[in-house]
Ligand binder design. Structure first.
Ligand code: SF4
Ligand code: SF4
Length: 435
């Protein structure tokens, strides 16, 4: 795509990066077919190509974005399906991330939106606040239908509806394998996942130790920054990234094989720290090192291989590949191969490339589109008649659970069970007792 940025604009390295992305687009339109919002809405401006045109016009002409442009950019899930489809290598993620930060600085949203976004940014990335907020949300959930009647307050209603009916108890985790023969790894602690599903981390620790790793936690970690990054709150996201780079750099100095992430949404962002901090001389090199060591847990388990199998039933598992897993990190086979090696029967639903509608905070800020995508995904999964749904991202697990009764677990919970760990708390496993 031809661009017309001025030399003065190109003095800004952010603009140079945006221009490079835009120039790669040959406006072929292949990406439209796999874009969930274009599939649902059929509007070119809700397709990757249409959004690239909007972002090009906004950035090149230094326009103050208006509500129409913001609407179409806000509707983008950042699912990155377009990046998988694009034959020209357009890095849509870096372009839309930049456009979101640009919009955040120049567009004044209506006050209910501003307030809600501030609340989300101040709560979700902090586990203690998030847990408290979920407990309060349960108390005020009865007013959600009233809020849903006012268009501007629908995101607040969606947030209340997303709060689970009960929270699992928080267990303190201990690691035991002081000298793992495969080396030392840091398991990222995350923010939403340990609050909503602490079983995932517990299973991850057991499984990694069984595979021969010495598992460590890095004190002082922050949220990966993905939630605020996707909201355009660049300064807050970069602050989180810098803090994690500092914390993990200390661990790298002590010797580290990998930084393991169990939520693929977070993994995609940590793997991008090198790019996010590329213009910060104090952090660029350290951030690149951190990104190079970041691994989804399925990558590490595939490399090490699973230990001997326990006698578990060959449950029918529907594998839901999170967008951040398949499009953000290009990990498609590893989670399914591991589940099959563990003895499960694994199938993927039709339209497995399409987003479930979770997409970080998307199901709060765009509840209608998220609801349609969630129902569509649940119907595709239900057609497989699975005993359980397995995924690698907590956001997807919560979103899919909203739309269907089949339990949704992280793949590590099944793999841990299949290699000698406790059975996950799902009906299909209830009759099997393991230590
Ligand atoms: S597929 Fe790639 S090159 Fe083609 S329109 Fe979409 S982003 Fe542009
Ligand atoms: S990131 Fe997803 S929703 Fe956004 S333009 Fe690309 S395919 Fe469409």
């Amino acid at each position: 795509m031809q661009t017309d940025f001025t030399p003065a604009q190109l003095a800004d390295p952010q603009m140079v990066a945006a221009e490079a992305v835009i120039r790669k687009c040959v406006h072929c339109g292949f990406c439209t077919a796999t874009c969930p919002t274009y599939v649902l809405l059929g509007d070119e401006l809700d397709s990757p190509r249409g959004r690239i045109y909007l972002m090009k016009d906004m950035l090149e002409n230094e326009r103050t974005p208006g509500p129409e442009v913001v609407k179409h950019i806000d509707r983008c899930l950042s699912c990155l399906s377009c990046m998988t489809t694009c034959p020209s290598g357009v890095n849509y993620m870096h372009l839309v991330d930049h456009a979101r930060a640009y919009i955040e600085q120049r567009y004044r949203r209506p006050w209910p939106e501003r307030m809600l976004r501030a609340v989300v940014a101040a709560i979700l990335p902090y586990p203690a606040r998030f847990r408290l907020a979920l407990q309060l949300a349960r108390l005020v959930r009865p007013i959600a239908p009233v809020l849903a009647r006012v268009r501007m307050l629908r995101p607040a209603a969606a947030m209340l509806n997303l709060a689970p009916a009960a929270l699992p108890p928080q267990a303190s985790l201990t690691t035991t394998n002081a000298h793992g023969p495969r080396g030392r790894v840091v398991l990222m602690q995350g923010c939403a996942e340990p609050v909503l599903r602490p079983e995932t981390r517990a299973a991850s620790v057991r499984l990694l130790e069984r595979c021969g790793y010495q598992v460590a936690f890095a004190p002082g970690e922050a949220c990966c920054g993905a939630l605020t990054h996707h909201m355009g709150r660049e300064a807050q996201a970069l602050e989180s990234a810098r803090r994690n780079v500092d914390v993990w750099s200390r661990e790298i100095e002590a010797g580290l094989e990998a930084i393991i992430v169990t939520a693929s949404g977070c993994g995609t962002t940590v793997k991008d720290y090198g790019f996010m901090l590329r213009n910060d001389p104090a952090y660029a090199a350290k951030a690149a090192k951190v990104s190079a060591l970041a691994r989804d847990i399925s990558e590490v388990l595939e490399a090490s291989g699973l230990p001997a199998r326990a006698d578990v039933p060959a449950l029918n598992v529907a594998y839901h590949s999170a967008c951040s897993m398949q499009h953000g990190q290009n990990i498609t086979a590893a989670p399914q191969n591991l589940l099959r090696a563990a003895g499960f029967v694994v199938r993927q639903p039709v339209e497995s490339h399409l987003c479930c509608g979770s997409a970080g905070t998307y199901n709060i800020f765009q509840p209608e589109i998220a609801g349609q995508l969630g129902a569509r995904k649940a119907a595709a999964i239900a057609a497989l008649k699975p005993d359980v749904v397995a995924t690698g991202n907590i956001g997807c697990a919560m979103q899919i659970s909203q739309h269907m009764g089949v339990p949704v677990v992280h793949i590590v919970e099944l793999l841990d069970w299949a290699t000698g760990g406790p059975a996950p708390l799902i009906p299909a496993a209830a009759k099997y007792k393991y230590p």
